[in-house]
Design a binder for this molecule. Structure first.
Ligand code: DQA
Length: 146
């Protein structure tokens, strides 16, 4: 079983970016946490980030046949991208929508999600720990489907 964790725009700046909102942990640190968690659970893991919507679409397409589930923190594209929503529908892989912050406690425009419409579920508001929760949730989802 292999998971893809995909991170969208501006998440490369984690640690420096609005730390009062997103915390002090860098994306490299989050990746290390995820790799340790996946290894302990016996799961394969790829972890990637792109600022470009098309590259994220390409990464979702490439996951078909190579990965069993996608954990997606699409950043601001969550709230705008029909293309990412369609990409997830197209590959027919289970996806979990993830956010560091509790988007529902923030601006109205962050309450809208195209990803949620095609996701198994949504995890938000738990900071970096959300990535570990999402790995757990995806493993349980895949196990339950067997
Ligand atoms: C985010 C929430 C989005 O609304 C925002 O645009 C981000 C980060 C989060 O992880 O909290 O870039 O996805």
């Amino acid at each position: 079983t292999s998971l893809l964790i995909l991170n969208g725009p501006n998440l490369n700046l984690l640690g420096q970016r609005q730390p009062h909102v997103y915390g002090a942990t860098t994306l490299a640190e989050i990746e290390a946490i995820c790799r340790a968690k996946a290894q302990a659970m016996g799961l394969g893991l790829d972890f990637a980030q792109s600022n470009s919507e098309g590259a994220l679409v390409d990464a979702i397409h490439a996951a078909k046949g190579t990965h069993d589930g996608i954990i997606l923190n699409a950043g601001a594209y969550t709230h705008t991208s029909i293309a990412l929503m369609d990409a997830i529908s197209s590959v027919e892989l289970p996806a979990i929508e993830l956010h560091l912050s509790n988007v529902h406690a923030r601006e109205e425009f962050r309450h809208v999600s195209y990803i949620a419409r095609v996701a198994v579920g949504v995890i938000c508001g738990f900071g970096p720990a959300g990535y570990e929760l999402a790995i757990d949730a995806m493993a349980r989802h895949l196990e339950a489907r067997k």
